[in-house]
Write a protein that binds this ligand. Structure first.
Ligand code: PHE
Length: 361
């Protein structure tokens, strides 16, 4: 931009004006006074001097002076704005405060943790306390006290993970192992305090199983145990049916099938109506319309005797279920390994709603 006025003195001033956009704050204030100052600004003086000029010159020269005045004014105003934005930008470290906020990722409960909490919560409402026990167990608690015969195949090296260490002092003799179920905590609970007993026992268990779509070598269980005078199979059925209605839905159908466990007699397995097809049969329930969710039964007399309780006086029931498997049913997950994979797309999809990518930036 080069302004040509046709007057050498005005051309000089025009050049100065053209340099306004490059001035810093201090220079700008000084230049504004030097050009447009009311007393001695050069353009002000030029305007004042118009009266001394011959008439025709006054017209053209005056017009140019006015042009330069408004150009100077416009450039000064816009340079001042520019510098102000620069100042506020510098104050916040060059960040653009007008940009939309970033969402903070707050994470979500793992689906298995959530299932465990919900199940434990339902039993707590019914008056059950929470108990826990060690993951490294002795053969006695894990098998023998639970009425497994000493040559039971579950105790085989192929089925159970043994530790190459002796039991701690004061613990029963025998090999140490990673517990294969939470049932040994039944024994620990009954030895710790006399009935009435009502506990749920969440925890990890370990089996010498290969990993596939429906098996993990390490998975969670929740055990339940109720022991008191006058407890019957009716209490077991009513409690577990109530649980299924609370956890799945009030209309969920349940059924009990006879089964076998060394530590319960009679024993049963409880199925719930398939949560995917609601009973009509689908690949997930292998066309049966039912899904097995837990094993249960009346505490075996031999187990009560092993913990020095009189089976004539006390009866009880127990159950064991697998929250990993239940999480698959609840969220329609086709492969149990997804629960361990740490794939964020999966975890975000099944995470507690409202927890992932919340709006509280
Ligand atoms: N402990 C059994 C299992 O792991 C489940 C179970 C617990 C069955 C309590 C009956 C009573 O398969």
């Amino acid at each position: 931009m080069t302004v040509r006025t046709g007057f050498p003195d005005l051309d000089q001033i025009a050049e100065r004006i053209e340099r306004v956009p490059a001035l810093d704050q201090k220079q700008l204030e000084a230049e504004e006074i030097a050009l447009l100052g009311r007393k001695s600004g050069v353009l002000t003086l030029k305007a004042k001097s118009l009266g001394t000029l011959p008439l025709e010159q006054r017209k053209t020269y005056g017009a140019k002076v006015n042009e330069l005045k408004s150009l100077a004014d416009a450039l000064i105003v816009s340079r001042r704005k520019e510098l102000q934005v620069g100042v506020s930008a510098a104050l916040v470290g060059g960040e653009d405060l007008t940009m939309p906020g970033r969402r903070r990722w707050v994470g979500a409960e793992h689906p298995v943790t959530r299932v465990v909490d919900e199940i434990v919560g339902i039993f707590r409402e019914l008056g059950f306390a929470v108990a826990t026990g060690p993951e490294v167990e002795t053969e006695w608690y894990n098998f023998l006290a639970l009425n497994f015969p000493a040559d039971h195949p579950a105790m085989d090296m192929h089925d159970t993970l043994y530790l190459d260490a002796p039991p701690a002092e004061g613990e029963p003799a025998g090999r140490l192992l990673l517990r294969t179920h939470t049932s040994p905590v039944q024994i620990r609970t009954m030895l710790a305090a006399p009935p009435p007993v009502r506990v749920v026992i969440p925890g990890m268990v370990y089996r010498n199983d290969a990993m596939d779509a429906s098996h993990l070598p390490a998975f969670s269980q929740i055990e339940g145990l109720a022991v008191d005078e006058g407890i019957s199979f009716v209490d077991l059925k009513a409690t577990l049916t109530h649980f299924a209605h609370r956890f799945f839905s009030p209309a969920t159908k349940t059924r009990f099938r006879p089964s076998f466990f060394p530590f319960t007699e009679p024993s049963a397995e409880m199925d719930v109506e398939c949560q995917l097809c609601h009973g009509s049969g689908c690949p997930a329930c292998k066309g049966t319309g039912w899904m097995e969710i837990l094993g249960c039964g009346m505490v075996h007399e031999a187990v009560l005797e092993n913990v020095h309780l009189d089976p004539e006086r006390y009866t009880g029931w127990a159950f064991g279920m697998g929250p990993h498997r239940i999480a698959l049913l609840r969220y329609g997950v086709p492969d149990i390994r997804l629960l361990l994979g740490g794939d964020m797309r999966f975890l975000e999809a099944v995470g507690r709603p409202g927890m992932v990518g919340g709006d509280d930036a």
